[in-house]
Design a binder for this molecule. Structure first.
Ligand SMILES: *[C@@H]1O[C@H](CO)[C@@H](O)[C@H](O)[C@H]1NC(C)=O
Ligand SMILES: *[C@@H]1O[C@H](CO)[C@@H](O)[C@H](O)[C@H]1NC(C)=O
Ligand SMILES: *[C@@H]1O[C@H](CO)[C@@H](O)[C@H](O)[C@H]1NC(C)=O
Ligand SMILES: *[C@@H]1O[C@H](CO)[C@@H](O)[C@H](O)[C@H]1NC(C)=O
Ligand SMILES: *[C@@H]1O[C@H](CO)[C@@H](O)[C@H](O)[C@H]1NC(C)=O
Ligand SMILES: *[C@@H]1O[C@H](CO)[C@@H](O)[C@H](O)[C@H]1NC(C)=O
Ligand SMILES: *[C@@H]1O[C@H](CO)[C@@H](O)[C@H](O)[C@H]1NC(C)=O
Ligand SMILES: *[C@@H]1O[C@H](CO)[C@@H](O)[C@H](O)[C@H]1NC(C)=O
Ligand SMILES: *[C@@H]1O[C@H](CO)[C@@H](O)[C@H](O)[C@H]1NC(C)=O
Ligand SMILES: *[C@@H]1O[C@H](CO)[C@@H](O)[C@H](O)[C@H]1NC(C)=O
Ligand SMILES: *[C@@H]1O[C@H](CO)[C@@H](O)[C@H](O)[C@H]1NC(C)=O
Ligand SMILES: *[C@@H]1O[C@H](CO)[C@@H](O)[C@H](O)[C@H]1NC(C)=O
Length: 728
């Protein structure tokens, strides 16, 4: 047994070994990107050490000053970490203070910070440095240092501030007239630091420790340094995210491929930036489904592994959102647990169903996937403490079992009843992608989950079973398919809404005349027959039987299923095509894209009130819904083009309908092409003044849109396809 005096010697030897390979300079160049979005200026910086997104907000003349003020925000993928600093004008007159980032002498606006770890501070300190300019005297009102989740709790909704987080900020000033804020995380190890130094003769920063400590800046130029010392992720370069056949995209779409790389790491893809700079199951899997043709095996398996690692091994639920970094330690402390262990949120009901769909899409449908399945499913989990040592195969099996179990009642003989549909979890008001409070209008059984995700998941389980997975359930190779067939054929009718023609005209006219934000036509003269659509969900607010909001969620069924009930498929495509072609508020179409929701036919005031152009899931446009609708219509049109002479759906032989679906497809692409500027963003809204004009959602609500969202980058893979114009 070594004497105690050996221990420091061994420690320093280990340190020397660990850091011998450390590089201060990266062997490849840094990647930068600058994007402007209204009052938000976005700067991205990535190199071999770390990745950073900086957003400088400065009000524009048109800005609503109650919602948007001067702000410096720094977001880091590692640990979903960040810093925000809100400023206000010293004179108290909102709108008079502007801030901007100044170019550094070397060109790009941001420079890296990197200090290698050492024996006292094991992790390297990383971050960025930049120069900001205040046009007037400014006060730092609220700084938050630590987790993006803490920052979101403050920026969204009722401005929550946690004293335990705020009180841990140390303020200091120095003889060089600079000021520094730092906060050590709840882990007692990591420290986030933000410092400012006057440049070019700007005045010293004043540190005022009265009541709430603040910094005051004179008009002028200041250098800021933002850094933290948390373990970093390993980013996938654009070359590593894309498969070999798709590397040309790096030249063709440098912004989108750089953005995709910024969100891609060896063990997960992140949902968006800055607000969702972390794992989200639904976002990752939908993105994978749409991007599959261009993604490398490493990026594909990063998504699949991230989902499987986070499955709840007890009940098979897939994880919606991970909680890690400082926020995880903070949540653990709330439960009187002193631990930095990450956790997961399992409240969604849709996420489980995507799991077999993505597994099948890779391990059954692609050559590279088939070749790698054995090794992949043999891997053991390590991200969540409770899953340590469980194989990926065992975890995937739990989710498949959960799906088979919870969908069996509806598939049983005589079981096709409302109560056997998949409902939101008790006590939750959200459960699928429209996950804001009024996103599905208070509904309990969501449309997308029941009519598309369930049958597609069961089809995938059957296919995986035939490929040899799930050997403990050999019967799934046929029973899962039989159940899928019942869900495909029998679930849709529960959601059907049919509004008689004259009532529909009246509803659309009344809705339009009550809108203050819209002065255009109601288009109700376009309603020449009864209006048919599928409700967002069953059992809505105010005792509604169903949520009578027209919507884009048809795209799930078109994208995920080749349904075979011909009468149903024909009618279904017909009504989707109508909604895509018809202008809102009769249909979903507008010059700024398809609105994801149209409450015009709801009647009750609750619909119009909760689905506005200021609502996250209201009369607004989501990029990925355009992508999935385009891919979905292409899949259905593609069934008519097939070389096979059998299994051609009836609608393909109906010249009028085929032409209408093709017209809807082409119209959708006209809208997509006309909104190219917006497509990589998460969601956008509009104003109306003799026509629709794109307006950031953040202009109307504290819910800012992400400038770059993973599933909005799917137009890298989704393109307009050529289908024959008519039936020969
Ligand atoms: C460190 O340097 C080696 C060779 O000098 C290089 O191969 C490696 O990519 C570098 N690592 C980083 C993180 O830059
Ligand atoms: C880095 O950028 C410089 C200047 O643009 C260029 O000459 C060099 O080839 C780049 N290096 C790499 C590894 O891409
Ligand atoms: C600014 O936003 C606030 C809060 O959402 C809202 O009440 C107010 O009407 C808005 N002002 C204008 C001019 O739109
Ligand atoms: C001034 O700006 C602050 C911070 O953005 C905001 O909370 C406040 O409501 C604004 N005041 C007015 C009168 O708009
Ligand atoms: C900063 O530099 C970029 C390119 O290097 C240039 O396009 C931009 O106009 C510059 N901005 C300012 C404020 O000087
Ligand atoms: C944080 O700032 C305080 C002074 O305010 C300083 O004493 C402390 O060393 C700093 N912590 C770290 C980890 O840099
Ligand atoms: C950090 O230190 C505090 C005070 O010593 C302690 O109560 C807490 O458990 C520590 N946190 C962790 C995650 O170890
Ligand atoms: C100090 O900050 C707290 C929140 O951190 C806020 O509630 C309080 O109003 C502030 N006090 C003053 C005088 O600004
Ligand atoms: C996993 O599922 C079980 C059973 O539903 C539940 O009791 C447990 O809390 C879940 N685990 C987590 C971390 O949510
Ligand atoms: C999976 O692991 C088992 C046991 O460790 C091993 O026997 C088997 O060869 C592995 N399979 C593959 C495909 O790696
Ligand atoms: C599914 O049901 C079977 C049989 O009742 C049960 O053994 C299994 O634990 C269930 N699996 C899940 C994930 O709920
Ligand atoms: C399902 O598996 C069983 C047993 O392995 C086999 O006999 C049967 O033919 C398979 N059915 C299908 C549809 O593949």
């Amino acid at each position: 047994m070594p004497s105690k005096s050996w221990i420091p010697w061994i420690a320093s030897l280990l340190t020397a070994i660990a850091f011998a390979a450390d590089n201060t300079t990266c062997s490849s160049n840094a990647t930068t990107l600058h994007l402007t979005d209204g009052p938000y200026e976005n700067y991205f910086y990535s190199d071999c050490h770390s990745a950073t997104h900086v957003i400088i907000t400065s009000p524009l003349p048109s800005t609503n000053l109650t919602l948007i003020g001067p702000r410096l925000l720094i977001a880091w993928p590692a640990g979903n970490s960040g810093i925000v600093a809100f400023f206000s004008p010293s004179n108290g007159q909102n709108g008079t203070l502007g801030i901007r980032l100044k170019n550094s002498t070397s060109g790009p606006a941001l420079d890296p910070i990197y200090t290698a770890g050492d024996s006292s501070n094991w992790n390297a300190s990383v971050g960025v440095s930049g120069t900001i300019v205040f046009n007037d005297s400014a006060v730092l009102t609220v700084p938050i240092l630590g987790s993006i989740r803490t920052i979101r709790d403050f920026t969204e909704g009722p401005s929550i501030i946690y004293p335990a987080v705020q009180d841990a900020i140390n303020f200091s000033s120095s003889t060089s007239d600079s000021a520094t804020l730092n906060r050590t995380w709840f882990d007692n190890i990591t420290t986030t630091t933000l410092s400012f130094t006057p440049l070019n003769g700007s005045d010293a920063i004043t540190l005022d420790r009265n009541i709430n400590t603040t910094l005051t800046f004179a008009p002028g130029t200041y250098r800021f340094n933002a850094s933290f010392n948390y373990p970093q992720l390993t980013q996938l370069s654009p070359q590593a995210v894309l498969n070999n056949a798709s590397t040309d995209l790096i030249q063709q779409s440098p912004d989108q491929t750089t953005s995709l790389s910024f969100l891609s790491y060896t063990d997960k893809l992140l949902a968006g930036t800055w607000r969702f700079l972390t794992y989200f199951g639904r976002d990752s899997m939908i993105s994978l489904l749409l991007l599959q043709p261009i993604l490398s095996p490493s990026a594909t398996e990063a998504v699949l592994a991230s989902v499987i690692e986070r499955i709840n091994a007890t009940d098979g639920s897939a994880c919606h959102e991970e909680v890690l970094g400082d926020y995880a330690t903070w949540l653990n402390l709330q439960k009187n647990v002193s631990s930095t262990q990450p956790g997961c949120d399992y409240k969604m009901v849709d996420t489980d169903f995507f799991v077999p769909i993505v597994l099948k899409g890779y391990f059954v449908d692609t050559d590279s996937g088939r070749g790698r399945a054995g090794r992949f499913f043999n891997r053991t989990a390590g991200f969540l403490e409770e899953n340590a040592g469980k194989t990926y195969e065992a975890l995937a099996l739990r989710t498949a079992e959960k799906i088979v179990n919870t969908t069996a009642a509806f598939a049983a003989e005589g079981g096709q009843k409302r109560e056997n549909l998949i409902h939101l979890k008790d006590g939750e008001v959200v459960g699928q992608w429209r996950d804001s409070t009024y996103g599905i209008g208070g509904g309990r059984a969501p449309y997308d989950v029941n009519t598309a995700l369930v049958p597609a998941a069961l089809r995938a389980i059957a296919a995986l079973s035939r490929a040899g997975l799930f050997p403990s359930h050999p019967d799934w190779n046929s029973t899962a398919d039989a159940h899928a067939q019942i869900w495909e054929d029998e679930s849709l009718s529960f959601f059907e809404v049919s509004v008689p023609r004259d009532a529909a005209k009246q509803l659309v006219d009344d809705y339009t005349s009550n809108l203050t934000i819209y002065s255009g036509p109601s288009h109700s003269e376009d309603i020449t027959e009864n209006v048919l659509f599928y409700a967002l969900a069953l059992d809505g607010n105010d005792g509604q039987d169903n949520v009578r909001v027209m919507n884009t969620d048809d795209c799930f069924r078109h994208f995920l299923l080749n349904t075979t009930n011909q009468t149903q498929l024909t009618g279904y495509l017909n009504q989707t095509a109508d909604h895509v072609l018809q202008p809102w508020p009769v249909g979903l179409s507008s010059d700024v894209g398809l609105f994801v929701a149209n409450p015009a036919y709801g009647g009750a005031a609750v619909y119009a009130r909760n689905f506005t152009n200021a609502d996250y899931h209201g009369t607004v446009v989501w990029s990925w819904q355009l992508a999935m609708m385009a891919a979905g219509l292409a899949r259905q049109l593609g069934r008519c083009d097939g070389n096979a002479t059998s299994n051609i759906p009836d609608f393909c032989e109906d010249g009028e309908l085929y032409a209408k679906v093709l017209r809807a497809y082409n119209h959708l692409w006209t809208l997509i092409d006309a909104n190219g500027e917006q497509l990589s963003g998460e969601v956008w809204s509009w104003t109306y003044d003799d026509g629709f004009h794109v307006e950031p959602l953040g202009s109307f609500t504290p819910t800012e849109s992400d400038i770059r969202q993973l599933w909005s980058l799917t137009f890298l893979a989704v393109h307009r396809e050529n289908f024959r114009q008519s039936l020969a």
